[in-house]
Design a binder for this molecule. Structure first.
Ligand SMILES: Cc1cc2nc3c(=O)[nH]c(=O)nc-3n(C[C@H](O)[C@H](O)[C@H](O)COP(=O)(O)OP(=O)(O)OC[C@H]3O[C@@H](n4cnc5c(N)ncnc54)[C@H](O)[C@@H]3O)c2cc1C
Length: 533
């Protein structure tokens, strides 16, 4: 039986929850939101440090693996993605960074007209509410909490190291353009505050909004180059729904290009290999993938860090009690405690490295399992902000249940290889400050401090890992030859269909990309409503 809607949104992630809210605000719009995952009402989703448990939990996570990466010694990487209401905003590390002005100048230069800094800044200001102990700034739906008062005491060493290196130490990291500071987070009253918490849960009872969980979209039906409806499966039963206004793909940087290719929209040679009938040759669908890679170094210390609190069973029990009784203690604070942007060289025109310095030593294996060291330790991580290499997401089967091939194609450009070396040098600089030396018992990688450029590059290739920011796989641009969508996020050459999520970025932004994804979705909702009066 066909069900009829005005709008169908595919994916209830960071972007999809915002669209569902905004498009159903007018009660005359009949909106369907389809999400492959289930409910987000789970203890480890709501608990900030629960991140370690949802990181590889198949109940809430797609658990992708990349193809061997030729420039990373053929290593494959584990790529978590949220498969649950709230999408990746329900399993992410909650750090909130807007990105830097130059990121959006480059969006405009790539053809994303009206997406320059002045425009996106207005949207950020409209959707944000910054809450610190002293003040509340803004009254938008997204709460960003300044938890600096509650950060682990060990983090003062990182701030002293920044001062020793003459880096700024800004108070407001989401807004700051440079320097190391305490990370502000999408949390509220000691709990995760996902895009679903901000936008979907408050309005989920609207009569004109239909949310279907555990609904996997298999295909979009396109007739005469116009999107008509979607085929999806719930409990193994195939269903069809149509949309008389628009279908919006918000299935994320892997899901959106996968669904498009399965619907016959993509590079014709990729579709042919998987026996998918070509509907519209759009060569850039799935291409242009970008992600952040970071190199992380671990150190042991004679001072207490989070390891002393949660690295053993007694500590875990106490932390659990503190959290259950009044949402306080280590479980209430996300793992990334200090972070920010620095210049790899004084002559760099913009900050080009993001640092993370965390009062904990832990590691994850390739299946996504996390190991927390028993003894006190800390980590310092550096990530080039604006990689230039591009990879791809391509289907390998006509079946939605077979994951697409993820080719990260990391360090493919000379520029990215140079930045990898510079990232290593930044870690050498921090670990060589007097304050960090004074608290370090041992560097896990004893030789790192003496590595030359060649060693640093090899080390990056051997150990760097994803920071979980895939994007740009259905990017905005000028025409079908250089991109998938136009500056109003409509697919080139098709009617009634847009892509609105991290895939829509023309280029990756500096810093973590949840904030730019939500900003993009909010602006997109305004455009969709304007175009459908
Ligand atoms: C482990 C981890 C840590 C991260 N940490 C941070 C951080 O600290 N700060 C930050 O800013 N960013 C962080 N990110 C990145 C950020 O969360 C994501 O970039 C952002 O959430 C992407 O939003 P999206 O809307 O594009 O996709 P998603 O939020 O992933 O939403 C896509 C939704 O579509 C659904 N879907 C996919 N395919 C289908 C289908 N066929 N049918 C129906 N539904 C489908 C998915 O289940 C999902 O719910 C992190 C990400 C991860 C995974």
């Amino acid at each position: 039986m066909t069900k009829h809607f005005d709008y169908i949104i595919i994916g209830a992630g960071s972007a999809g929850c915002i669209l569902a809210n905004k498009l159903s605000e007018n009660l005359k719009n009949n909106v369907l939101l389809l999400e492959a995952g289930g409910s987000d009402q789970r203890f480890w989703i709501k608990t900030p440090l629960g991140y370690a448990f949802t990181y590889n939990d198949p109940k809430v996570n797609w658990r992708y693996n990349t193809e061997p990466d030729k420039n990373l010694y053929e290593r494959t990487a584990y790529w978590p993605r949220g498969k649950v209401i709230g999408g990746s905003s329900s399993i992410n590390a909650m750090a909130y960074f807007r990105g830097l002005e130059n990121d959006f100048t480059d969006w405009e230069n790539a053809g994303a007209k009206n997406w320059g800094w002045d425009n996106v800044l207005k949207t950020y200001q409209a959707i944000e509410k910054h809450v610190s102990k002293k003040e509340i700034v803004g009254d938008g739906p997204i709460q960003i909490s300044d938890l600096s008062e509650h950060m682990h005491p060990f983090t003062k060493n990182f701030m002293s190291a920044a001062k020793e290196l003459n880096w700024p130490t800004p108070k407001n990291t989401p807004i700051a353009t440079e320097g190391l500071g305490y990370v502000h987070n999408t949390t509220k009253n000691g709990k995760r505050f996902s895009s679903a918490d901000a936008f979907l849960h408050p309005i989920k009872n609207r009569k004109n909004l239909h949310i279907i969980k555990n609904a996997t979209v298999e295909k979009i039906i396109i007739e005469n180059l116009q999107a008509k409806g979607v085929i999806y499966k719930v409990n193994n039963i195939k269903k069809y729904a149509d949309a008389n206004k628009e279908i919006i793909l918000s299935a994320g940087a892997i899901g959106s290009p996968q669904i498009l290719q399965l619907s016959g929209v993509g590079p014709k040679e990729i579709l042919k290999k998987s026996d998918v009938k070509l509907i519209h040759h759009s060569p850039e669908v799935g291409q242009g993938l970008q992600d952040h890679l970071a190199i992380t170094k671990y150190f042991s210390t004679h001072e207490r860090t989070l390891n002393a609190e949660i690295g053993n069973i007694f500590g875990k029990i106490i932390a659990g009690f503190k959290y259950i009784i009044n949402k306080s203690g280590p479980l209430s604070i996300p793992v990334n405690q200090t972070s920010g942007f620095v210049r790899s060289e004084t002559k760099s025109t913009v900050p080009d490295i993001q640092i993370y310095a965390n009062p904990i030593a832990y590691s994850t294996d390739n299946s996504g399992k996390t190991y927390v060291d028993k003894k006190s330790g800390f980590l310092i991580s550096a990530q080039p902000t604006r990689p230039t290499s591009r990879g791809s997401i391509n289907i390998q089967s006509p079946d939605i249940n077979i994951p697409p091939l993820i080719n990260a194609n990391s360090l493919d450009t000379k520029d990215d290889q140079l930045m990898a070396i510079k990232a290593g040098k930044i870690i050498q600089q921090i670990s060589n400050t007097n304050v960090i030396k004074s608290v370090t018992t041992k560097a896990f990688d004893t030789n790192f401090i003496n590595f030359n450029d060649n060693d640093l590059l090899n080390n990056f290739c051997e150990y760097a890992s994803t920071v979980y920011h895939p994007c740009c796989t259905c990017r905005m641009g000028n025409s079908i030859n250089d991109s998938v969508i136009n500056h109003r996020l409509q697919i080139h050459g098709l009617k009634n269909i847009r892509v609105v999520d991290a895939s829509s970025f023309p280029n990756i932004t500096s810093g973590n990309i949840n904030a730019p994804t939500m900003m993009l979705a909010y602006r997109a909702s305004e455009m969709i409503l304007e175009d459908n009066i």
